[in-house]
Design a protein around this ligand. Sequence first.
Ligand code: SAH
Length: 332
Amino acid sequence: MDFYSMTLPALEEHFTRQGDNKAKAKKLYKAIYRSSQAVEDISDLSDKTKRSILDSFTFDLPKQIALQDDGETAKALLEFPDSSRVETVLMRHDYGSGLCVSTQVGCSMGCAFCQSGKLKKHRNLTAGEMIAQVLFMQQYSDIKHISIMGIGEPLDNFDNLKAFIEILSSPYGLAFGGRSITLSTCGIVSQINRLTEIDCAFNLAVSLHAPTNELRSQLMPINKRYNITDLISAVKNYSENTSRRIAFEYILLDGINDSMEQAVQLADFLKDLNCYVNLIPYNATDSGQFKRSCNADLFFDTLKKQGINVIFRREFGGSIKAACGQLSAEYD
Ligand code: SAH
């Protein structure tokens, strides 16, 4: 079994099943996650216990295939034992680093503007494979924030995502507080309704990208299943249950979704929500289908005038194809 996929309750159950003291689970968790110790070096566990732990669990990190670093952003291409590859991206801010974690090998959401969507989904990542991305990048930097926004749709992999966030946020585990975790989804409403099953009030970001169902369905196939009204109502519930402010991500695409009229439409249905809009500059993908908006400032000002909180997303990693929407897990 992969140790990094084990939530604390699952590990406690493992020790109990072995007829052992479940308090060892917390000891082991703390040694591995809080003090980065190897099992062999944990001083307050007996040799017999350590041997049994090493017989039961593996503690392997993925293989590094490539690492590109432009000084501000570092992108690692990682390979798991079945040859599946994903990318994980470190962004260095003045106040500390953020890590963008992938949740699937490929993605089957098929958003028109996204490179990852062209990969098709090969499989889900396990919770341990998501944790391993964090442990891998922690070797290079002190990570303060986790964005679940890499390759894949996290809510298309709910059970593993839930375990990942539980391990990530456990005070005995990696101890990231809910405020330092952000999950981004394309809007799988049935799974947004289940988010409160996860015992951690993290930040929710929603990829919106269009103010009408007609346009959103053209850009994002998921909208044909869950329309904007259903999405907003699910997100509103999450915000009310957790008191978290929702981020709506909106890529500005030239001549497609960036007019003043569209800004007003967008403001109209966001008015009563505890939210802000995160405007994202479009990053080029292989499709060559879209262009960056020339109307970004006017769109921003129009939203502001309508009373909507709005920010521009800071750009990272364009020169090493590590920016939003550019991750392809390819290497040449
Ligand atoms: N599947 C999740 C998370 C991965 S994408 C989601 O859809 O939210 C992370 C963010 O990058 C999303 O907001 C996505 O819409 C955005 N993105 C995708 N392609 C992009 C591109 N070409 N330029 C800029 N942002 C892009």
